[in-house]
Every structure is written in structure tokens, then in C-alpha cells.
Design a protein around this ligand. Structure first.
Ligand SMILES: [Zn+2]
Length: 160
């Protein structure tokens, strides 16, 4: 069995003026009352980082090559739809996703209560083990100032 690893990273600007107007979505889970991101899609940094990690493991490019950032086709789209497409594509090339490990870097929201929701949502979609970690940027820099939110992800794939 051929084991492969892929890495993904994503960052999105937060729109503090849009609290209550749009939802903040992380790993397909809605966080009420927090600043949403500025993005063409729903701006789900967790799902975007996971997509890049999976594409990395399969040597199939990056998210921007698959879904053009400025395309009307993806305006406001649920990023889980994009993830589903990528899972189908990598499976068609003979890859199986073994596990995915995610680290969200956010001053807020605290993910504590919803980490298991994200894990469940992603593991069902990927049919793989998913771990979700969260860390605080300790009020340092743009992440700590709540100007942005970031996510790192690793994906472990196998090819028969
Ligand atoms: Zn993104």
C-alpha cells in the first residue's frame, strides 16, 4: 500500500462589520454571533484547508485550480459541496483518505463545544477519521486582532 501525505493552509479576512448579516462557517458548522469571513464562497477556512491537504496528498494541484476564486458559479457556495467533489475526484484516481488532522487558529470563536460537530460532519463526508484542534493566537498579529482566521490541515491518503 502506497501511503501519501498532503498539507493544506487557508486564511480568510474577517468582516467584523457583518456580524449577524452572514454566518461564520467552520468545517460546515455555523457559529452564530461571530464575524463572518470575506470570501466568494462561504469562506469555510477549515474545509478549504482540508481540500488543499487532500489535493496535496493526491498530487492534484490546489483548490484555486479546481474552483476559480472569482467565479460566479461558486458565489456563496457551501464549501462542503466543493469538498465532496474533490473526494469523488481523488477516489476516482484510486486514492483512499485514511485520516485528516486539522488545526484552527482563531482568537474567537472558541471551538471547544463544536469541535465534535465539525469532526462528525467531516468524517462522515470523507469516510475517514478526522481530528480537529484549535489554538489561540494569543492576541498577537492579525489573527489575534480578529482581522483574520486561519486553518492548517494534514491529510493521509493511501493508493492501492
Ligand atoms: Zn478559503
Amino acid at each position: 500500500m502506497n501511503s501519501r501525505v498532503g498539507f493544506g493552509y487557508d486564511v480568510h479576512r474577517l468582516d467584523q462589520a457583518a456580524i449577524g448579516l452572514r454566518d461564520l462557517v467552520l468545517g460546515g458548522v455555523v457559529f452564530d454571533g461571530f464575524a463572518p469571513v470575506v470570501a466568494n464562497s462561504d469562506g469555510d477556512v477549515v474545509v478549504h484547508a482540508v481540500i488543499d491537504a487532500i489535493l496535496g496528498g493526491a498530487c492534484m494541484g490546489d483548490i484555486g485550480e479546481w474552483f476559480a476564486e472569482d467565479s460566479d458559479e461558486y458565489k456563496g457556495i457551501d464549501s462542503l459541496v466543493l469538498l465532496k467533489k474533490i473526494v469523488t475526484e481523488v477516489q476516482a484516481k484510486g486514492y483512499r483518505i485514511i485520516n485528516v488532522d486539522v488545526t484552527v487558529v482563531a482568537q474567537e470563536p472558541k471551538l471547544k463545544d463544536k469541535k465534535s460537530d465539525i469532526r462528525l460532519k467531516l468524517s462522515e463526508l470523507l469516510t475517514a477519521d478526522v481530528n480537529v484542534k484549535a489554538t489561540s493566537p494569543e492576541r498577537v498579529g492579525s489573527l489575534g486582532n480578529k482581522e483574520a482566521i486561519a486553518c492548517f490541515a494534514l491529510a493521509n491518503l493511501s493508493k492501492a
